[in-house]
Design a protein. Structure first.
Length: 204
């Protein structure tokens, strides 16, 4: 594999760190590292401190598992939201994608992953128990399964459906505007918005 001679071990280390980020190739990593090198020290410190603070101070909402600066997240705290509907998603990225459509006004439940035996992730490794605990408290009439349409996502949806089938709730799923195997994160807002608005009764 070709490796560029950076003439500086410090620059090479900076490039390696940027290149470790998802979707960042070595050319882009070099461009970012050189850009940081040209910035005033104050700007670089602000950049670094933002991520250190994110890592050290971010919290997870005790209700839905979304990230929050302090305690309950803004979505769960917003009493204008429809609290009778809970949308089950894999990650924070999916929440942001759905929120950007403007087509959903309920609450969320972030699983923190999906069932994937090949990766060693089972039902107990994600927040399914917390979902059933929420349903047991009452007040929720609909659970929307908005997971990836991959095999792992479908398996997780089916498992959740079986776990919550004894509760008096309607279980729906996003419409098939989202293609098989697609992640919500990469689905355009119009398609995702229609899929949420036109959700259908979940049929295992």
């Amino acid at each position: 594999m070709f490796r560029q001679n950076y003439s500086s071990a410090l620059l090479e280390d900076a490039v390696e760190q940027f290149a470790s980020l998802p979707g960042v190739g070595r050319k882009t990593a070099l461009r970012l590292a050189l850009h940081m090198l040209d910035l005033p020290r104050e700007n670089v410190e602000q950049f670094s401190n933002a991520f250190i603070s994110l890592k050290d101070r971010v919290r997870y909402c005790p209700v839905c598992n979304m990230i929050s600066d302090d305690g309950t997240c803004p979505i769960c705290s917003d009493h204008r939201r429809d609290r009778s509907v809970v949308c089950v998603v894999e990650s924070l990225r999916d929440v942001l994608s759905i929120e950007n459509t403007g087509q959903y006004n309920g609450l969320y439940h972030v699983l923190g992953g999906i069932i994937s035996p090949i990766d060693g992730i089972g039902p107990s490794d994600i927040h399914i128990r917390e979902l059933t605990d929420r349903l047991a408290k009452g007040g929720i009439n609909e659970v929307v399964l908005a997971l990836s349409t991959s095999m792992e996502g479908e398996t997780t949806s089916f498992y959740i459906f079986k776990q919550i089938s004894s509760f008096p709730v309607t279980v729906t799923a996003i419409a098939r505007g989202v293609g098989f195997g697609d992640d919500l994160e990469y689905t355009d807002e119009l398609t995702l918005g229609r899929s949420i608005a036109n959700r259908q009764i979940f049929k295992p």
